[in-house]
Design a protein. Structure first.
Length: 422
């Protein structure tokens, strides 16, 4: 029998609502699970006394009505319009390693185009023996692969580079999502076209009004790049690039061109807008790093977090997510004293290549203030940097690729606050 009492739910949701409208009053309800009352005989609830709704009540099923608070969110002040904007996935309510399609974070530069798959085509041209054109049905006739990979926007944590800004996990880390993708290895398509000698770079262009285009090296195309058409068992969502998208596993979100319509093969990068004016990292020297494709290893504690405070002293399970754009997660350590001491966490569930990985650690909380951190090490031996280490490398004007260690300040009240230390 569950020891969790439904009575806690309203106060929890109230807490979320209050946090979202800016208030940060301590509304942490003490959980009834702390009580040691004898368990009452199990009563028969109203829903056990009547027939439930029938099949196909909802032809395309939705989450339980009690999960309405689990939604993507948007910060209106952050972007000029809804079309040139991002929405954040609710990491605080996320389980496992696959983001439900309706909760996948979004980043669009000119909105979501409504593409008729019967009319959409992908062209491969440039330094090839035989330029080719593919419809979605053509792609489906190629041998396919199914792979689980995350996509993270290079701007995830962009506002946190200088100081702690956003006091919710959804906004500090919610520009990452993950799916099982189905598609065709790009190298198969390139083999069909026949890449000419001397070719080194490719350009991928989207069919949205932004005509978003990015250059990427041929090596990646011949390694693990995919042209995907399905996401978690169904065709791509319009927001994720329906009907086809370039997937460059582990590489910054912007390189994963949605609504893919053209791949040009050439000798050098094209220096497009989104790889010169934006998505470059300004260094203290005044020079900018360009084509920094890889999303280096990063992790964050998701339980507890500002949205879900700690309800009781005593035994806790601390949980989180770790990932690396260079391969598999090897280990995750957790600190409860701001990085002075570290303990190794358990990795729960699959540890896949360039994929979200879950970790957990047991902890006894004595009710005192604590500084919670997680730090991932990936299979290449790369260690997630502290904010201080990242700033030493990149200064404070670099906006993208903030993969630094997150600190949550746990107050004696149980509230969790986004802070920066050292
Ligand atoms: N054609 C096109 N592709 C695009 C974009 C876009 O605006 N247009 N946004 C890019 C950016 S910046 C990111 S972070 C990812 C976001 O992918 P998602 O919306 O599926 O989460 O798509 C990338 N691919
Ligand atoms: Mo992005």
């Amino acid at each position: 029998m569950s020891r969790h009492n439904k009575k806690n739910e309203p106060s929890r949701r109230g807490f979320i609502r209050n946090s979202l409208i800016g208030g940060f009053a301590a509304l942490v309800g003490r959980s009834a699970s702390a009580k040691t009352d004898a368990i009452a005989p199990l009563s028969v609830p109203s829903w056990s006394k009547e027939l439930g709704s029938g099949t196909v009540n909802e032809p395309y099923g939705k989450p339980s009505v009690f999960e309405k608070h689990v939604v993507r969110r948007f910060l209106p002040w952050m972007f000029p319009t809804r079309q040139a904007a991002a929405s954040f996935t609710p990491l605080q309510d996320f389980h496992g390693i696959i983001t439900p399609n309706g909760l996948f974070f979004e980043r669009h530069h000119a909105g979501v185009p409504k593409i008729d798959p019967a009319e959409h085509k992908l062209v491969i041209h440039g330094m090839v023996d035989k330029p080719l054109m593919f419809t979605v049905d053509d792609l489906k006739r190629f041998p396919c692969v199914n792979r689980v990979h995350f996509i993270e926007c290079a701007g995830n944590g962009v506002l946190e580079q200088r100081s702690a800004q956003l006091n919710l996990l959804q906004f500090t880390h919610g520009l990452i999502s993950s799916a099982e993708w189905t598609g065709v290895p790009l190298k198969l398509l390139l083999n069909e076209a026949g890449v000419r000698k001397g070719a080194k770079w490719l350009l991928a262009e989207g069919a949205d009004a932004a005509g978003l285009a990015r250059s990427f090296p041929l090596d990646k195309a011949l390694d693990d790049a995919l042209v995907v058409y399905a996401q978690n068992g169904e065709m791509l969502r319009a927001e994720q690039g329906y009907p086809m998208r370039l997937l460059l596993p582990g590489w910054e979100g912007i390189a994963n061109v949605k609504w893919l319509r053209r791949i040009e093969v050439g000798e050098r990068p094209w220096e497009m807008r989104e790889e010169t004016a934006t998505y470059t990292d300004l260094l203290p020297s005044g020079k900018a790093r360009q084509y920094t494709f890889i999303q280096e290893a990063k992790s964050v504690i998701t339980t507890p977090c500002p949205e879900y405070p700690v309800l009781n002293k005593g035994q806790q399970v601390i949980r989180g997510l770790a990932w690396s754009g260079e391969g598999k997660v090897k280990r995750v350590d957790v600190s409860f004293d701001g990085g002075r001491n570290w303990q190794q966490a358990r990795l729960t569930g699959p540890q896949l290549d360039k994929s979200l990985t879950r970790f957990e650690i047991d902890w006894f909380w004595n009710g005192q203030e604590a500084l919670l951190q997680s730090r991932v090490v990936d299979e290449t031996g790369y260690v997630q940097p502290s904010l201080k280490e990242l700033r030493a490398l990149r200064g404070v004007n670099s906006m993208y690729h903030n993969n630094s260690i997150q600190t949550w300040l746990l107050h004696p009240s149980g509230e969790v606050e986004n802070v920066q230390i050292g």
